[in-house]
Design a protein around this ligand. Structure first.
Ligand code: GCB
Length: 597
């Protein structure tokens, strides 16, 4: 799905700002049929939960309503007008005037609809968007709704981050020509010093297709005709980690010799391969240094904010990180655009987190029934998961920064049914994108002895908490168990291993001379202990600390105002571990640079 952009033939307006806002129970039965009667105004983009000083809004389970008017620009006459919602978490319904125009399930991927007939050029239209945050055993991520003793509805879930909801990303109204570029798919490869670009252009209507590639200085380096084909660039400037060189692919739809539509896509030429236990980018072994992150900040919840994003990237640069995982859902596309431009490597994850009854936030939880069963994670869950994979790949397939798809975080990988559930999903991801490796992030109960999924994937991603949830405070045992396990995976699978989570909750400002869980010194020691092991095991080709920053979770006895495993606090101040990581990562980065990587 193409990101809306402005070109010579396309225009867009963002409907960001303040929208009228009401909880469903405070609204009339058909809130879209008239002006929403409410005193509340909610910012878009933002999660609504932390914006108001109102516990009922914070804890709300169910539908909320956003509404505003927008004037369709006069100049859009003759164009198709499209309304796009970048994210409605987790389910959205859209009305223009009194007419329902779109419904969508899945809280972290965009949806859009042609509203031309209801939104004539020059007219003002009323747009009402309903957003539902409910999670069930058949949604991705899953959850469960119960009623409290006091009669309130309560949303439970098996993932360790707050269920922020609302319109967390932009809402956009845009104009495109009736005959137009509808989608573009680009994959690249490298052959010696030649860059190879395979492209496919899908067109709405009847048109010829012309494609041209320009370099960063604007010089045309290749052209092609036809809806699909190949272009080559001699002496190509490659997209590399740390240097996000981008070409631009310009696709034109041409009718009777006239260009009726133009779409411009940044293209990074690079190759990705997994070879034995190596992860190769442009034929060079790549070592992942970085974090599992969250879209999470004060007031905004999961709301997209350029300030927070640029600051986070700046801190990642400062600390020497070269990569991150979009744990545990697809992030705003702006993150990938930025990563493309700056050469940051991304593991792109679906929202499939919590498909596991044996875990609660990384530690062992109670378990009473089978995970993969008609009443728990069933065919409908799997269908929603498949749709999540389609939408993730559909949105992000052209980003050079995305080097691998992670199709789930910590699903149950050891029970009956796990393989039946995951094999078709792994096959689907491969079919949709044969150009990228795939993985899933494995939790500690799935060992190299009993895991039933690893062989379906290219890279083994392990989330491990020895010294924290297991053998708390005992780093000697942690090192022994970690090394034994990593060597086991290495010898049984012979695939690359990335430790996609390791870390310790750490209270900023808590210090201790001796070993003391939760202290800043302990976080430093735990990370160092892991690093010593990683450096001894050849198949380990990456380390991503959990987490970049402290983040909000649901309330619970093991969380104090959220998860504190951040290397930075929630307001992005460094803990001692930030300086320790910086020392290690800048040194490794410098060695890589010297070796020409
Ligand atoms: C995990 C989960 C992550 C949690 C983390 C923790 O394994 O993947 O979402 O936040 O553990 O801190 O418990």
């Amino acid at each position: 799905m193409l990101k809306p952009i402005a070109t010579a033939t396309r225009e867009l307006i963002r409907l960001d700002g303040l929208w009228r806002f009401a909880l469903d129970e405070a609204a009339t039965p058909e809130p879209w049929s008239a002006e929403l009667a409410t005193a509340l105004e909610a910012p878009v983009p933002a999660s609504y939960n932390d914006v108001f000083a109102d516990q009922a809004i914070h804890d709300h389970v169910g539908w909320v309503w956003y509404q505003r008017t927008a004037r369709v620009p006069r100049g859009w006459a003759g164009d198709r007008v499209v309304l796009r919602v970048d994210a409605a978490t987790h389910e959205g319904v859209v009305y223009v005037g009194g007419t329902k125009v779109a419904e969508h399930v899945g809280g972290y991927t965009p949806f859009e609809v042609d509203v031309t007939d209801l939104a004539p050029a020059g007219e003002e239209v009323r747009i009402t968007i309903g957003v539902n945050n409910e999670l069930t055993n058949e949604t991705i991520p899953p959850g469960m709704i119960s009623t409290t003793a006091a009669g309130k509805r309560k949303q439970g879930y098996r993932h360790d981050f707050y269920n922020y909801a609302g319109l967390a990303r932009s809402v956009i109204l845009y104009a495109v020509p009736p005959v137009r570029v509808a989608d573009l798919t680009v994959t690249t490869d490298v052959d010696g010093s030649t860059g190879v670009i395979d492209y496919r252009v899908d067109v709405t209507g009847e048109a010829e297709v012309r494609v041209a590639l320009t370099d960063a200085a604007g010089a045309e380096v290749a052209t092609a005709d036809g809806p699909s084909g190949q272009m080559t660039v001699t002496d190509a400037e490659l997209w590399r980690p740390g240097r996000g060189y981008l070409y631009e692919l310009r696709a034109e739809a041409v009718v009777g010799g006239e260009v009726v539509d133009v779409y411009e896509l940044p293209v990074g030429i690079r190759s990705i391969r997994v070879d034995g236990a190596l992860f190769l980018i442009n034929g060079e072994p790549f070592y992942f240094r970085g974090f599992g992150k969250h879209e999470d900040s004060a007031f905004r919840g999961r709301g997209f904010d350029n300030v927070v994003m640029v600051h986070d990237f700046s801190l990642m640069d400062w600390i020497g990180a070269n990569s991150f995982r979009t744990s545990h859902y697809p992030y705003a596309e702006e993150f990938l655009d930025y990563a493309d431009r700056h050469g940051i490597v991304v593991i792109d994850e679906t929202a499939a987190v919590g498909l596991n009854l044996g875990l609660g936030g990384g530690f062992h939880g109670g378990k009473s029934e089978p995970a993969y069963s008609p009443t728990m994670f069933n065919g409908n869950t799997q269908a929603a998961h498949a749709q999540g994979i389609r939408e993730l790949i559909g949105r992000d397939k052209n980003h050079p920064s995305v080097v691998m798809w992670s199709i789930a975080n910590e699903p149950d990988s050891i029970e009956d049914g796990a393989r039946e559930y995951f094999a078709p999903l792994a096959a689907l991801a491969r079919e949709l994108d044969p150009s990228r490796p795939i993985t899933y992030a494995n939790e500690y109960r799935g060992t190299f002895h009993n895991d039933r999924l690893a062989d379906l994937f290219d890279v083994i991603c392990l989330n491990r908490y020895y010294g924290w949830y297991i053998d708390t405070g005992d780093l000697e045992s942690a090192a022994l168990k970690l090394e034994a396990e990593l060597r086991g995976w290495e010898s049984t699978h012979g695939k690359p291993i990335i430790i996609t989570e390791y870390g310790a909750d750490t209270l900023a400002g808590l210090h201790a001379v001796g070993t003391q869980a939760w202290s800043e010194e302990f976080q430093v020691d735990l990370l160092r202990t892991y690093h010593e092991v990683f450096d001894r095991v050849e198949a380990v080709i990456g380390e991503q600390v959990w987490n970049f920053a402290d983040f909000q979770t649901s309330q619970g006895v093991i969380r104090v105002d959220g998860n504190k495993k951040g290397v930075f606090t929630r307001d992005r101040r460094p803990k001692a571990a930030a300086f320790a990581l910086r020392e290690r990562w800048l040194a490794v980065g410098a060695a890589d640079a010297e070796a020409g990587k």
